[in-house]
Ligand binder design. Structure first.
Ligand code: AMP
Length: 397
């Protein structure tokens, strides 16, 4: 369990509460195209409203690189949040984030009111965790709540710096839920515990593989990263994704898994294509036998059988990274089969954020999983066993 104070441990009646949310939602022509992150933030906001706090929300959106960019304004979020909450969320449209609009709006707040500040990344200091902006944010509030799991792996003004200048810093419900689910799965799993790792690169998953090899019963590897393992075993991988520099590492991991008694599953066959395109010609070949001009873009049917069988009796499954180039329907079968297999089993199923979450949601299995993380990078760093700065900065219980 998370050993940090939460919104349940404080009294916010009449207090100004700054809440760092993750409102980094996709926008198209000023319209929010996926509002999962807004919905996920509601429990904490509603709790603070009903406890009589003056609720000041803040978040980043996209990468404005330290200057105001109207297309990355949080104004559409304020509008949609007002609808979701059924009460006005007043938008403080200051290009400097903490400016005259924000100060006046906070000054005029009644208990239970909600305001939203402008995109914190309009300020260049935000991502540098600078003191000035941290102090300005702190000057608006009496209490700080961090509910932004998606940025918990970064130390920025609005999630870490600000806590230096506020006495009370706690986590919100979303943050607590993420850490509890991921933490329990990794550190206290019901066994058998199976981890599925996929995605493009071995290099970005090295620390996760190492950390999980000490914890899991079975480790399943798929996606583009599998070809580096294949090459390390002497296979031909054609034009497939390959990190030559990591072949020794892959060979070493195969050995380590053996020593630790972890079942390491690698693909036995693969779907190859003559072009990185949904219109490409395709064939199925055994792993390690890819002709020179072809590339592997999905796990093959034998591998699907092997992998779906391997999760059948699992009691805990953590999945990070797709099994193939799933964005193209022709190469989505492996990822879809794993999503379906996880949806069908009686186990705790945790999906790391980012591409795996997108894949599971896009394929329609989202509500069949125990937990889908809202943070890609953050959930990956959590699986690496790292302490997240955004969590560490909250007061201990
Ligand atoms: P990552 O961010 O490392 O989890 O990688 C996710 C990306 O890897 C997705 O965009 C997938 O399309 C891509 N991917 C997965 N498998 C393959 C593959 N065999 N070849 C090329 N790209 C892949």
């Amino acid at each position: 369990m998370l050993n940090k104070k939460s919104v349940d441990d404080i009294n916010v009646k009449g207090k100004r509460v700054l809440v760092r949310c993750d409102f980094n939602v996709p926008l198209q022509d000023g319209k929010i195209t996926d509002e999962n992150r807004l919905v996920a933030a509601l429990p904490t906001i509603k709790k603070l409203i009903s406890d009589g706090g003056k609720v000041i929300l803040c978040s980043h959106l996209g990468k404005p690189k330290g200057e105001p960019k109207p297309e990355l304004s949080l104004a559409p979020v304020a509008k949609r949040l007002s609808e979701l909450l059924g009460q006005e969320v007043k938008f403080a449209a200051d290009p400097e984030v903490v400016g005259p609009n924000a100060k006046a709006a906070v000054e005029a707040m009644q208990d239970g009111d909600v305001i939203l500040l402008e995109n914190t990344r309009y300020r260049a200091e935000e991502t540098k965790n600078g003191d000035e902006f941290s102090k300005e944010l702190a000057s608006l509030c009496d209490v700080f709540v961090n509910d932004a799991f998606g940025t918990a792996h970064r130390a920025h003004c609005s999630n870490v710096g600000v806590t230096k200048y506020v006495d009370t810093a706690v986590v919100g419900y979303l943050m607590q839920k993420e850490i509890d689910f991921l933490g329990n799965a990794v550190n206290n799993p019901e066994r058998p515990f199976v981890a599925i790792l996929g995605g493009a690169k071995v290099s970005s998953k090295i620390s996760v593989i190492e950390n999980l090899l000490d914890k899991v019963d079975t480790l399943i590897i798929g996606g583009g990263m599998a070809y580096t393992f294949s090459k390390a075993q002497g296979g031909s991988v054609g034009k497939s994704l390959l990190e030559e520099d990591f072949c020794d590492y892959a060979a070493n991991m195969i050995k380590k898994a053996e020593e630790k008694g972890v079942k390491l599953l690698l693909p036995v066959d693969t779907v190859i294509a003559d072009d990185f395109s949904n219109d490409a010609n395709t064939k199925i070949v055994p792993e390690g036998q890819i002709p020179d001009d072809w590339e592997g873009l999905d796990i093959g049917p034998e591998t699907i059988k092997l992998y779906t069988d391997a999760v059948k009796d699992a009691k805990t499954v953590v999945w990070n990274g797709p099994m193939g180039a799933f964005e193209m329907p022709k190469f989505a079968a492996g990822t879809e089969a794993m999503a379906k297999a996880l949806a069908d089993i009686d186990a705790v199923t945790i999906i790391g954020g980012g591409d795996s979450a997108a894949a599971v949601n896009q394929l329609g299995y989202g509500d069949k999983m125990t937990h889908i993380s809202t943070g890609g990078g953050a959930s990956l760093e959590f699986l690496e066993g790292k302490e997240l700065p955004g969590v560490a900065a909250a007061n201990d219980k």
